[in-house]
Design a protein around this ligand. Structure first.
Ligand SMILES: Nc1ncnc2c1ncn2[C@@H]1O[C@H](COP(=O)(O)OP(=O)(O)OP(=O)(O)O)[C@@H](O)[C@H]1O
Ligand SMILES: [Mg+2]
Length: 394
């Protein structure tokens, strides 16, 4: 709103006395107004119908229609029109009546520029404010409408996206499910072939069969992973208050029990809680801790830490001092089947973190990875309090 709303205020002067009307027109024209004059209220109303004026100055006593009636009719056309009445000393009462009927001010005849200038200036300012007000209200209305449309659009798009996602999940699920049958047949017959005809096969053929079997097993594992992944989104979120520190400690103890010969130092900050779905959070932590456990295999003195950013107790982290990774690829880690290490060096499918990512996102949180090659990795995840403060959510 930096451009002035009224560049040259438009004035309409109505006075049945032609000479007086002209004199006023000339005077105000020189004062920087855009002035139109009329000797007939009827004609003036016609002009008002055709174009917009900021101010009308009207004589009070005119033969075919008095100033008050004229102003009333004019303001019915434009409620923001500012009307000023002209009156002689003898008819101040009528001027007061005119103001009661909606006139903005009155000027006394015979008028001097010194007297009418401030009245006009004030009228112009008020008119400008009114226009700004109207514009503001219109802008407000526009913003309100746009917001409503935007909200509707977002809702609609979210619904479409949710539907599409659900369909995609169902599709992935049924594909994975359907792939299993033929794959099992490949597996079974390859096994039979290898067992029953092994005498007839030379080493090279047996080698090929081994590779068929290994690939079939690998594919089965991938299908399992895919199904696990598609299940995460479908499951209902049932939040409960969880001692995350305890859960992490339990998971590490399980890894330790499976590999009693490995020695891994741990540093777990006690008493960290979150409102999360226990089963899903456990899956996420098993993956994060599992990775830390796996990627510290070659570290000199392996260490796994669990804690929370001090400034924000909703932001947890799992840190290790293992193989680490190139930070440039941090975002890729959450894409299913994307791996930064070879399967011979560190086994795995590359599905774990994408599961973690989905679980954290379903809780409304974020997952971020930090690391550098040879210097370990840190995975931050947040579990914000549910907005409605309830323990169940979706
Ligand atoms: N703690 C970590 N240290 C170093 N690299 C990691 C760590 N965690 C994950 N990565 C990198 O991210 C990749 C993806 O991890 P993700 O858990 O998804 O798969 P994975 O562990 O390879 O296999 P899966 O979890 O399916 O058994 C890993 O292959 C590895 O390159
Ligand atoms: Mg993993």
């Amino acid at each position: 709103m930096s451009t002035p709303l009224i560049i040259k205020p438009k004035l309409l002067i109505v006075d049945d006395e032609l000479v007086q009307m002209r004199a006023m027109c000339d005077t105000l024209d020189q004062q920087g107004y855009s002035v139109t004059g009329s000797t007939s209220p009827q004609q003036a109303l016609q002009l008002l119908r055709e174009e917009r004026f900021d101010l009308v100055i009207t004589d009070l006593t005119m033969p075919d229609m008095d100033g008050i009636a004229f102003l009333k009719a004019a303001r019915e056309m434009d409620p923001h029109l500012i009307g000023i009445v002209m009156t002689g000393h003898g008819s101040i009462d009528t001027a007061v009546a005119a103001m009661k009927a909606g006139a903005f001010d009155y000027i006394l005849k015979p008028f001097t520029l010194r007297l009418i200038r401030p009245v006009l200036d004030r009228a112009v300012s008020v008119r400008r404010l009114m226009k700004e007000n109207v514009q503001l209200r219109e802008t407000e209305e526009l913003i309100r409408n746009l917001n409503a449309r935007l909200e509707g659009l977002v809702e609609e798009r979210t619904r479409q996206l949710t539907d599409a996602n659900r369909e995609l999940e169902a599709f992935a699920h049924s594909i994975s499910h359907d792939l299993r049958g033929p794959l099992r047949a490949v597996n079974n017959f390859a096994n039979l072939l290898a067992e029953e005809y092994s005498e007839k096969l030379d080493d090279r053929a047996r080698g090929y069969f081994d590779r068929v079997l290994t690939s079939a097993n690998r594919m089965e594992q991938l299908i399992d992973d895919l199904m696990r992944l598609s299940r995460i989104n479908g499951a209902d979120l049932r939040r409960a208050d969880i001692d995350v520190s305890k859960m992490v400690a339990g998971i590490i103890a399980e890894f330790q029990a499976r590999e009693p010969d490995r020695h891994v130092d741990t540093a777990i900050r006690n008493g960290l809680h979150a409102k999360a779905d226990p089963q899903l959070l456990r899956i996420a932590l098993e993956n994060l801790v599992g990775n830390a456990w796996k990627f510290t295999r070659n570290a000199d003195s392996p260490k796994i830490e669990f804690g929370a950013a001090d400034t924000n107790s909703e932001l947890f982290y799992v840190r290790d001092n293992g193989a680490g990774f190139n930070a440039e690829h941090a975002k890729d880690l959450f894409v299913p089947f994307r791996r930064l290490h070879s399967a011979t060096e560190f086994p795995g499918s590359g599905i774990g973190l994408s599961i973690v990512h989905r679980i954290i996102r379903r809780h409304g949180g974020r997952l971020e990875a930090e690391g550098s090659p040879g210097h370990g990795a840190t995975f931050y995840f947040s579990i914000p309090e549910p907005a409605d403060n309830s323990l169940t959510g979706h």
